[in-house]
Write a protein that binds this ligand. Sequence first.
Ligand SMILES: *[C@@H]1O[C@H](CO)[C@@H](O)[C@H](O)[C@H]1NC(C)=O
Ligand SMILES: *[C@@H]1O[C@H](CO)[C@@H](O)[C@H](O)[C@H]1NC(C)=O
Ligand SMILES: *[C@@H]1O[C@H](CO)[C@@H](O)[C@H](O)[C@H]1NC(C)=O
Length: 490
Amino acid sequence: MVSPFFCITLITAFSSALASGNIQLWPDEPDYGVPVATIPLLSNVAFLNSFNSPQGVTYNPPNVDFNRVSLELLVNTTSSNYDRLGMAFFNGIEIWRTSTSEPANDNAHWDYSKDVSEYLSLFKQTGHFEFLINNIVNEQFQGTFQVSITANFYKSSNKPNTDDSWAIALDNPATNIQTFRKNPTNLYWTAPSDDIEISVPQQASNVNRALIQVFASGNSNDEFWWNTHGGSGPSRFVNAYINGQPAGYAAPFPIIYTGGINAELWKPLVGIRAYDVPSYFMDVTAFLPKLWSGASTLKLNISNGIDNNPVPSNWIVNVNLFTWSTPGQTNSGTMDNPQDTVNTLDNSLGTSPQHVLLTRSYSSSATLTIGGTTQKVGWNQNATFENHLTINGDDTSIFQKFTGTDSVIGSNGVSRTFNYPLTVEIGPTKNHVQESYSIQSPVSLYTWIDTNVNLDGNGKVTDTQSSQYLEEASVSHFKKAVNGQIVETW
Ligand SMILES: *[C@@H]1O[C@H](CO)[C@@H](O)[C@H](O)[C@H]1NC(C)=O
Ligand SMILES: *[C@@H]1O[C@H](CO)[C@@H](O)[C@H](O)[C@H]1NC(C)=O
Ligand SMILES: *[C@@H]1O[C@H](CO)[C@@H](O)[C@H](O)[C@H]1NC(C)=O
């Protein structure tokens, strides 16, 4: 794939003298008051040649009552290296995907608190916690990552603001969380080279709700999927199928890692979600009649919504199944045929300007009798993807919008809308990125970042500027930060 910029730009030779601490973007730090217990998990563990080699520790739950958990990650770097992908696992279940800052001999350090309360049932039992940074050290790039992770436990009635808290009633956490592996030694699938086809074991008839959680991020040749001119185009969907029937899709957020486009864009502010790569939920409760009746095949793939050609390599994928059950229930029901429609409204792949406009809508439904009550359950999604890509000499500009709604149908029906606008202007004198992340679920959150690197035409940085805006409409809270310093709050 020809791209006007390289996947991960490494600026070591002329690292600027900016502050090296990065400030985090939404989600805000968990706000549950003082922890009732704190357990150190990893302490100053170095990740050198650590590709696919997680560092683990046995976890024992604290001897106190708790209902919220967060993980605090602290990282120090030495020397220069690429930005690297990281993951945290509990009993082999991916619970957090992260990435690193791109250290350039500047002693970069950061900390991030990740709310993992949705995995409460895991943290209630003894288990195995692991953390991975896929790092490679060689003569040229010697940067290592020194990692400490602490688990903080709380007793709180405050509602979490995680990606998934709208769909998971946190005061009623999943009874069971399972994950699946390509084989016992692989920590994730790499699509499209791996066919992701999973045999999901038969679920007990007292299971009354099921969700699949997907971690899927475009890396390597598809890190900048939204910048694809021609070929597979700039649109991506993560698709799920159960026994050959569509089970929903995820609209991936366009993550820009800390080396993306130009590493100087991401010092000190990192791109939205670079330290907390989103996971995506699909409610598959409507499929319970199939899941109760025997083993099912869950398939995942990544498509562009335009044609059926594979997208570039690679997408790093993990999938977890969350189920809720009530002892003593025997549930039953019938499922309707799910509907999945993608409309290509415009597609001028390979021209300039290139314009792609797609809409997608999905629905599943079933009539289930749960604990003696008959109800309609289901999952509705719709999304609109639009991308304008213009190449003008050495300058490329991209204006993209990905918006949509996901709704759980049922007695506790909830929904959320999302909106991921992205503007990128890349050229020999200036790189400019404006990205936003907005979701409206029970709470409404809006974050955007606007960052610029001015170049002298030989690629040398003359000036950088960045601003971050964070709005939480529910609590009228707005912050503006420039180069990592909060300059205005409302
Ligand atoms: C980072 O470096 C500081 C200062 O050298 C040290 O106190 C701290 O323990 C280090 N933390 C990690 C996670 O490596
Ligand atoms: C994804 O899987 C579905 C269902 O098997 C199939 O129809 C579709 O062609 C696949 N798409 C890609 C891009 O692999
Ligand atoms: C998407 O679904 C929501 C909720 O059902 C609806 O309000 C909205 O109009 C739909 N949008 C499109 C483009 O279909």
